[in-house]
Design a protein around this ligand. Sequence first.
Ligand code: HEM
Length: 219
Amino acid sequence: MPLTDPSARHFSDEEISDHIYTMIVAGNETSATQLAHACLLLAMHPEVQAKAYEEVAGLVFSPDQEITIELMKDLHYVECVLKEAMRLMPVAPIVGRQNLAEIMLDGHRIPKGSVFLFHFYALHRRKDVWGATADEFDPDRFLGGDGGERHPYAHLPFSGGPRGCIGYRYAMMSLKTLLAQILRSYELTTNLRYEDIRYQYQISLNLAFPHAVQLRRRN
Ligand code: HEM
């Protein structure tokens, strides 16, 4: 097909291969680990899992039913579960930036070219932002939408601004689909306790031990 925009050009094979590689690297381990974190948190909190299961069971009638975009929009509580899992256990807990020009920040002069690390894990647990229960797993806090009173940058699992995650809509859709399918077919249990969670930082936020979650098939 001819290109209509004169400034447009075809990608070279190398560029296409680089983009595919970026999508695979940026999109796979992140989504898989974030889903595993969400499953572990649900296994540790059976009352939350029961509420999420109720929503899924009420919407999805047969195991073979396709999960469509319309159906996904009704998975409100499952979405809250994912947002809360991303708040407490953000798979990308720290990102780096470098300022292109000198800036003043909180009365401090920051010279051009400084490197910043933004600590989303710490931001997501600030009690002045999330309240006294900031360390607890409570998806209900997202029931009112993305925060209401909260600052729009209080919840940054996908970072923000022009270099935030390019795949966040796709990631949310795939995680919702997978979590709904898991919940529909299995009950999740674990012997691990929430207060015993320990992390290992490997650029992404991993557990210091395996995600020991048992799956029991539902009838
Ligand atoms: C739960 C899943 C995911 C999480 C938590 C996540 C998180 C993030 C974060 C925090 C960044 C910003 C990094 C930075 O500021 O330095 C980022 C960037 C990026 N993500 Fe994701 N991501 C996820 C899934 C995906 C998926 C599914 C794709 C692609 C299909 C993707 C593609 C990208 C790309 C290409 C960038 C770089 C954007 C740029 O530099 O302009 N991510 N992601």
